[in-house]
Design a protein around this ligand. Structure first.
Ligand code: FAD
Length: 448
């Protein structure tokens, strides 16, 4: 059978992973990738580090110009796909119509601007996967001294840290929720981090809603309930939503979260059309109930691209496992790593959970070990672990990788308590911090 004609709309991380794996599997499909941008093949997540001067612009690119051609895929830069004609199996682009046997939608996400009165687009910036936005933001940062960042999620805080490093006179971060990183952390674990952020010079305002923003000459004036702040620019780090207009116009189903609905093989309701990455709705593998979620994360993007490569090559037989919502960040020398549900999300989903907090070390401090604070959350009904949060040194992220496996596979805490871990004095302690937290959960939850 002839290899299929594969058309991919979007040249994000998912398209790259898909193309690379298809070729590694020896698949000679004709591949056409369309992007409405002039760039592709860079690590989107490194943009805050580019702004901080820790990586150069070229360093962000994992696919050099020429990579797609080298693997025999045609990439069409600055060529928006305007419509999908599913009946004729053709995409309409600014460069003409292209037929497909298999279509993959990798259309990513777009900024979800909050409804703040007065936003006028003047010296207001968003960071998205479009590196051109980052370049124009970098220009605004040069020569500026005062910033307001709206949103204390990962991107807002990473940028705020960079601005402090650059010696900004004032960096104000305004967060409407009661604490930083509200999608990943509970307030009690966020408290120490917030102290660190303030100690390092960020004017952090949590639980504060921006009333309005206006432009006054060279100033942006941000109105808060207790006064106004003047800044040279405003960064809107208020999240993104899936970019689904093409899919919607093509009559494909959009799920309750706003992402493109897919089946376990990542096919849309049209079996010739797959969706991958940020534009697609997936499901959690935390509670056993497969609730729809939008992870908007790089590892999810990469995994979905690789899975679809397998399903194109072998036929649709590999199921996507869903997500445990893993999250990690390093801020002002503190690592935060989490997976599963926060207390707030558990509550929103109507789940009765029990959580314990515990302190430990990732090795003895005298031997360079890091301290870590851990919170483990389980369903009260059966002790299934549905959330783990940790704040500590860099080793914290590795520990959460183990927690992801436990949460995703539904490993009962009794078994987890007896799992082996690598031990040598400089690497760990024999009774490691995560296991200690799980044991505490067993006792306090009444399961021990
Ligand atoms: C600043 C920043 C930092 C981040 N940090 C992290 C992190 O530390 N860890 C983490 O896990 N995740 C992080 N993320 C999230 C992660 O980068 C995204 O989940 C991931 O990049 C999504 O990739 P994607 O392939 O789905 O889409 P994208 O990379 O967004 O690609 C979408 C593509 O679609 C194209 N497109 C859309 N519509 C059309 C059309 N009609 N015609 C032609 N082309 C079209 C665009 O041109 C683009 O090529 C970060 C994101 C940002 C913005």
């Amino acid at each position: 059978m002839a290899e299929p004609r594969v058309v991919i709309v979007g040249a994000g991380g998912a398209a790259h992973a898909l193309t690379g794996l298809l070729r590694a599997l020896g698949n000679d499909a004709q591949i056409d990738i369309f992007t409405d941008r002039p760039y592709a093949g860079y690590v989107v997540c490194e943009q805050p580090y580019f702004l901080r001067g820790r990586v150069g612009f070229d360093d962000m690119f994992y696919a050099r110009k020429g990579w797609y051609e080298k693997v025999g895929a045609r990439i069409h830069y600055e060529t928006p796909v305007q419509a999908v004609d599913r009946e004729r199996k053709v995409v309409e682009t600014s460069a003409g119509a292209f037929p497909y046997d298999v279509l993959v939608l990798n259309t990513g996400a777009e900024p979800a601007a909050p409804p703040i009165p007065g936003l006028d687009g003047v010296r207001e910036y968003h960071l998205t996967s479009d590196v051109r936005r980052c370049l124009s933001f970098a220009e605004a940062v040069d020569g500026a001294r005062r910033a307001v960042v709206i949103g204390a999620g990962a991107i807002g805080l990473e940028v705020a840290e960079g601005l402090v490093e650059r010696g900004f006179e004032r960096v104000t971060v305004v967060e409407g929720e009661g604490h930083v990183l509200p999608r990943a952390l509970d307030p009690d674990l966020a408290a120490g981090l917030e102290q660190r952020i303030r100690d390092r010079g960020v004017d952090l305002r949590t639980g504060v809603r921006v009333r309005s923003v206006r432009t006054e000459g060279p100033d942006k004036v941000v109105e808060l309930p207790d006064g106004e702040i003047r800044a040279d620019f405003v960064l809107l780090a208020t999240g993104v939503r899936p970019r689904v207009e093409l899919a919607r116009a093509a009559g494909l189903e959009i799920g309750p979260t706003g992402g493109i609905a897919v089946d376990p093989f990542l096919r849309t309701r049209d079996p010739s059309v797959y969706a991958v990455g940020d534009c697609m709705e997936t499901w959690e593998r935390i509670t056993g109930h497969r609730r729809p979620v939008l992870p908007m994360l790089a590892s999810h993007t990469n995994r979905s691209g690789r899975l679809v490569a397998r399903n194109i090559h072998h036929g649709p037989r590999f199921e996507y496992p869903g997500t445990c919502l893993p999250f990690g960040i390093e801020l002002f020398g503190v690592t935060v790593a989490t997976c599963g549900l926060t207390g707030a999300l558990a509550e929103r989903w109507g789940l009765d959970t029990v959580a314990v907090r515990s302190r430990g070390v990732l090795a003895k401090p005298q031997l360079g070990g890091e301290r870590v604070e851990i919170k483990v959350r389980a369903l009260r009904t059966n002790g299934r672990i549905v959330g783990v949060q940790a704040v500590g040194g860099p080793g914290t992220a590795r520990m959460i990788d183990r927690a992801v496996l436990a949460v995703g596979e539904g490993v009962p805490p009794h078994r987890l308590s007896l799992y082996e871990t690598v031990y040598s004095p400089t690497l760990n302690v024999a009774y490691d911090a995560f296991t200690q937290a799980v044991d505490r959960l067993l006792v306090e939850g009444g399961w021990s």
